[in-house]
Design a protein around this ligand. Structure first.
Ligand SMILES: Nc1ncnc2c1ncn2[C@@H]1O[C@H](COP(=O)(O)OP(=O)(O)O)[C@@H](O)[C@H]1O
Ligand SMILES: [Mg+2]
Length: 244
């Protein structure tokens, strides 16, 4: 579903190598956690997967479509929840949802049913009539999540999706991630919180300083005696009670 092949990215005219020759394959039906400490290169990788940042080297395909050479088809196959949400501030929640449904050609009857269902589920019915700029961080997160669920993309990508959500919303989002995968779709999300990845994911890829240092199930990773892996687990666990 998602095939990342030898990608690299530098910032500041080559001074900062944010992503260094990363390769990953994520399968259909999988919840894949992209785990690493702050500054590891998660957001940079996700911005390349979603076509927001050009790729310096390597290539990425989504459901077989190259994100740079066949961007429209690649993007039709994905939905994205970014880590910052100040893009559609002027729209009301409901206008944003209808806009997303238009962009992804969600038929009128399906659209209505899903909008009602998810607004209700995430307690966003009343807020939907208000402009997004009046929302809290968590509410913005929820409206963007609903916007993705409306079109049920084969690949659902999220950057630090649980940060800033209240416990109930966080629980609901995790349930939706499972639901989405049980229908044969794929979820790829980043986190700097070990417990989140541990509980939620079928497989985990660990990134540190722009490099993938391990990929596998949590059991596979725990069996590994690699000291760099242990260090990264330690640094991730230190911050884990802050915003899990
Ligand atoms: N726009 C940018 N310009 C320069 N350096 C950047 C930029 N964005 C990120 N970086 C650097 O790239 C590295 C990876 O950042 P990022 O991908 O945001 O990590 P993560 O999402 O894992 O916290 C960090 O060293 C960060 O400081
Ligand atoms: Mg990030």
């Amino acid at each position: 579903m998602l095939n990342i092949k030898n990608i690299s990215k530098t910032y500041s005219k080559g001074k900062v190598k944010a992503v260094d020759n990363i390769s990953l394959q994520v399968k259909r039906g999988e919840i894949f956690g992209f785990l690493g400490p702050n500054g590891a290169g998660k957001t940079t990788t996700i911005k390349m997967i979603t076509g927001i940042l050009p790729i310096d080297e390597g290539e990425i395909t989504i459901n077989g479509f190259n994100i740079e050479k066949d961007a429209i088809n690649a993007k039709k196959n994905m939905g994205f929840v970014p880590d910052s949400h100040d893009v559609y501030e002027r729209l009301k929640g409901i206008e944003y949802l209808n806009f997303m449904a238009d962009v992804y050609d969600v038929p009128a009857d399906v659209r209505k049913e899903r909008i009602d269902k998810y607004l209700d589920m995430f307690s966003m019915k009343e807020a939907a009539g208000q402009p997004i700029k009046s929302y809290s961080h968590g509410m913005k997160q929820k409206i963007i999540v609903i916007g993705v669920l409306l079109h049920q993309p084969p690949l659902w990508i999220m950057d630090e999706p649980l940060t800033g959500l209240d416990p109930k919303s966080s629980h609901l989002l995790k349930e939706e991630m499972h639901q989405h995968c049980s229908k044969g779709n794929t979820v790829f999300f980043s986190t700097h919180v070990l417990e989140v990845a541990e509980k939620l994911c079928d497989r985990i890829g660990i990134i540190n300083k722009g490099k993938i240092i391990a990929v596998g199930t949590m059991d596979d990773l725990r069996k590994s005696q690699d000291s760099s892996l242990e260090n990264i687990f330690l640094s991730l666990t230190e911050g884990s009670d802050i915003d899990a």
